[in-house]
Design a protein around this ligand. Structure first.
Ligand SMILES: Nc1nc2c(ncn2[C@@H]2O[C@H](COP(=O)(O)OP(=O)(O)O)[C@@H](O)[C@H]2O)c(=O)[nH]1
Ligand SMILES: [Mg+2]
Length: 305
């Protein structure tokens, strides 16, 4: 394994309490190419990182996503290891994440925090939220990933440049995971240790606001990958609503009470719900045919070369 080919990418926003130690740890592991992309921290994070010998770039916009996207443009090393600057991940576990990448077995490794986390690393709310988000993700994309939101990841520069990334905030990990699947990259998850944040460093993630944003990103991006899922969910809710009002209408009718407006509403609910499923089926067909066309074009292109 050649550590000189690896760039350690650390996005930071006010992580002065942990960044120095983290850079030292990576140096001790034999990594010298360390890039800190700093969101104009006001606690001297950038200065500490520089003093420890990291290359520091100040981000031009806002949010972790924007920082990562900007950093990926300046990296030249063929392999990248991305890690939070908050000291929740261990530098000494870098080789296990990088192993499959350097061997050329996979394109993208996700450090799975959910098997080996320390007490207090997740709040109950965050743990349940993470599990629900992963279940939703797996359902939408037909995969079996366990921790798509992890901040500890390794990938090749070539594979990450192939991804179309636009999310500026904490939806960036979601977008990376979705894009890996859309681009049919080889993804592997490796269990890692996950430590609690130090008491002085506060998380920048708002579990409710960012959680909802992440959920909605998973859902919206599923439109082109799995339209049956996208439209099916809407259809499902309307049909459930229709069954609900419908049952009520039938019960009342048995008792001799006719509810005309509610009957009409029930019909509308059910018809709209079924229509959503039909939409889903048609879109599914379009997406499948489109995929076949694209892969044919790619195949032809390859033959021409
Ligand atoms: N450059 C930059 N880094 C950020 C920004 N927001 C968060 N980060 C960093 O991204 C990493 C993950 O954020 P964190 O607050 O730890 O989220 P959590 O791990 O989900 O609690 C940390 O190293 C943060 O310092 C930002 O706006 N810009
Ligand atoms: Mg963190």
């Amino acid at each position: 394994m050649n550590n000189a080919d690896v760039c350690i990418l650390i996005p930071t926003l006010n992580e002065a309490t942990t960044i120095g130690e983290l850079i030292k740890d990576f140096k001790n592991e034999g990594f010298s190419n360390i890039l800190v992309i700093d969101g104009n921290s006001r606690d001297g994070t950038a200065q500490i990182a520089e003093a420890e010998g990291a290359r520091v770039v100040l981000q031009t916009g806002k949010g972790k996503g924007q920082a990562v996207i900007q950093a990926l443009e300046v990296i030249e090393s063929p392999y990248v290891l991305m890690v939070d600057g908050d000291g929740t991940y261990l530098a000494r576990e870098a080789p296990s994440l990088l192993g499959p990448i350097l061997e050329g077995k996979v394109d993208h490794v996700i450090g799975n925090r959910l098997e080996n986390y320390s007490p207090g690393a997740f709040t109950k709310f965050n743990l349940v939220g993470n599990r629900l988000i992963n279940m939703f993700f797996d359902l939408a994309y037909g995969v079996q990933l366990k921790d798509i939101l992890s901040g500890y990841r390794a990938f090749t520069l070539e594979s990450v440049r192939e991804l179309e990334l636009n999310k500026t905030g904490f939806e960036i990990e979601t977008e990376i995971s979705v894009e890996c699947i859309l681009k049919k990259q080889r993804v592997e998850e490796i269990p890692i240790t996950y430590l609690p944040r130090s008491e002085k460093g506060v998380t920048k993630l708002n579990p409710v606001k960012d959680g909802l944003r992440i959920g909605s990103t998973i859902y919206r991006l599923a439109k082109v990958h799995n339209p049956m899922f996208y439209f099916g969910i809407i259809g499902f809710f309307f049909i459930v609503a229709g069954l609900f009002t419908g049952t009520f209408v039938v019960f009342q009718w048995v008792q001799g009470i006719t509810r005309i407006p509610l009957s009409i509403l029930t019909t509308l609910f059910i018809i709209f719900g079924l229509q959503m499923f039909i939409f889903g089926m048609i879109s599914d067909l379009i997406v499948t045919l489109h995929r076949q066309t694209v892969s044919l074009i790619l195949e032809l292109n390859k033959q021409r070369k």
